[in-house]
Design a protein around this ligand. Structure first.
Ligand code: SAH
Length: 481
């Protein structure tokens, strides 16, 4: 079956929906949104339809179907579960040359209702001519993600300035070039950032520029999350799909990089202790150089750019040099590792606050104050701590933390090779040594860390022999008793 695609203007036109159930309601909603005058014919209406009939939003033809209901309507939707009745409606409509849609019956339908992505005034319609509706919905979901709400606003903006744009770019090729910039550049990005006034200003500015709009580069600081590609945000995916250049950290996993635009240039600016080492200043210069060359730069960082990621420095540097910057948060290691190890970072019974801390730096005492170390009802998540475990444990004990405080080390969190090493504070350095825990690993200290023993659901659990510490389940039992 080959269908002729059609977008119909139903404003002010009478249409008929036969059926009073949930399916009919969905059809009614779409028809009302299009401004049609909807009549619903059915012996009974489901509650919402009944309410709309009461307040006059729709007209209710009460009773059993009769062909006179079709008088004067432009189209009809049959949404009853009576096949015979549906067939009768289709036949009656055919006789009167009225377009009929019979729900779930492609063969009887004169018109089909596509799956849509609604970014009014932009509408994307998808049809498989009734052959594979599930595939149509799958495609719709995909498009929903790619064509976000900013596109609707972009279309409205373009509509408002259309005459001006046509007047400014009489030459067709030039106009096409301008639209290319408009559809793909800073205007869309400003709309996504909820800055419609700036977006409009950018458009007007480009219209006044001497020779059209010069390509303007930009940088997006993107949090790549801890490694599992499923933890990328939709905004991160979009930025990766649009990037010309990607400057990524070493921590960013190959699976995540694989999600980026194929022909994007990828540059590893991973800062390694020892080996090759790209200085922060060099990263700054690279971002600046590519942005100034008009490229869309993605600065891709492990976890979240603003959690021990030097994102703040990069933001300030770029803004100082007049570069347009956008920031996409990512799932930070503490949140991701805890989730993948079944550890609730806060828990009514055990911890009312969380501290994200780093053990990086010469003296941990510089960063971790006594109150942070001593607080037994606070979960401590320590980044970059693998090489400092001995000192960390000693400090915690010195500040009065109990030797049997639960701890968990999550190594390669969310990656296929994730390992969780669980134990108690007293044994922490020995455990790490025994199991050769290596970076990247996140340390979680606090009562909630005991959850890992019972609830790690991803990767491997290395459970230290249970000593003085009761398991969470045992504790729960004791509470009940
Ligand atoms: N911006 C990042 C942190 C960078 S600091 C974020 O928000 O997550 C680097 C430290 O993060 C590592 O030393 C380690 O402690 C932690 N980390 C990052 N990814 C990790 C992972 N997949 N598993 C365990 N720890 C991780």
């Amino acid at each position: 079956m080959k269908l002729y695609p059609l977008f119909a203007d139903l404003k002010g036109l009478p249409v008929l929906v036969v059926g009073g159930g949930g399916v009919a309601r969905r059809k009614v909603v779409a028809l009302c949104e299009a401004g049609a005058l909807v009549r619903v014919g059915a012996p009974q209406l489901e509650p919402e339809l009944a309410a709309w009939a009461d307040d006059g939003r729709i007209a209710w033809l009460r009773g059993a179907y009769e062909s006179a209901w079709l008088d004067g309507v432009w189209l009809v939707v049959a949404a009853t579960d009576d096949r015979e009745l549906n067939a009768r409606i289709a036949a009656d409509a055919g006789e009167r040359r009225i377009f009929a849609n019979i729900v779930d019956d492609a063969a009887l339908s004169r018109f089909h209702v596509p799956a849509i992505v609604d970014r009014s005034p932009l509408t994307i319609a998808i049809s498989t001519a009734g052959a594979a509706p599930a595939l149509a919905s799958r495609l719709r979901e995909t498009l929903e993600r790619v064509v976000d709400h900013a596109f609707g606003e972009l279309v409205r903006l373009a509509q408002r300035h259309r005459a001006r744009i046509t007047g400014r770019f009489v030459d067709l090729a030039e106009r096409r070039g301008f639209y290319g910039w408009l559809h793909d550049g800073p205007v869309l990005s400003l709309l996504r950032r909820s800055r419609p006034l700036d977006a409009e200003r950018a458009l007007l500015g480009a219209l006044q520029a001497p020779s059209g709009a010069a390509a303007k580069g930009s940088v997006v600081l993107v949090g790549a999350g801890p490694g599992h590609p499923g933890l990328l945000t939709l905004s991160a995916l979009r930025a990766l799909g649009e990037a010309d250049v990607i400057l990524h950290d070493q921590l960013v996993s190959a699976d995540v990089l694989a999600m980026a635009r194929r022909d994007a240039e990828r540059i590893d600016v991973g800062k390694r202790c020892g080996g090759r080492h790209v200085k922060q200043e060099h990263t700054h210069q690279l971002m600046l150089m590519h942005a100034r060359a008009g490229r869309r730069v993605v600065r891709l960082k492990g976890g979240d750019p603003f959690v021990f990621g030097r994102g703040g420095e990069e933001l300030a540097f770029l803004r100082r040099h007049g570069v347009d910057v956008e920031i996409v948060p990512g799932v930070t290691a503490a949140v991701a590792c805890a989730a993948f190890a079944g550890i609730p970072l806060t828990h009514r019974d055990h911890a009312q606050s969380v501290c994200l801390a780093t053990a990086h730096g010469k003296d941990v005492a510089d960063t971790l104050s006594g109150s942070v170390l001593a607080n037994a009802r606070q979960t401590l998540a320590v980044y970059m701590g693998v090489e400092k475990l001995e000192m960390l444990a000693a400090q915690l004990l010195a500040h009065g933390r109990a030797a049997d405080t639960p701890v968990a080390l999550v190594e390669n969190g969310t990656l296929p090779r994730q390992r969780v090493v669980a134990g108690v504070l007293r044994d922490l350095p020995a455990l790490a040594k025994q199991h050769a825990v290596a970076t990247p690993a996140l340390l979680i200290v606090g009562e909630v860390a005991a959850y890992a023993r019972e609830h790690t659901w991803f990767g491997e659990l290395v459970d230290a022999p249970k000593g003085a510490m009761p398991s969470v389940a045992e504790e729960a039992c004791m509470e009940v008793a």
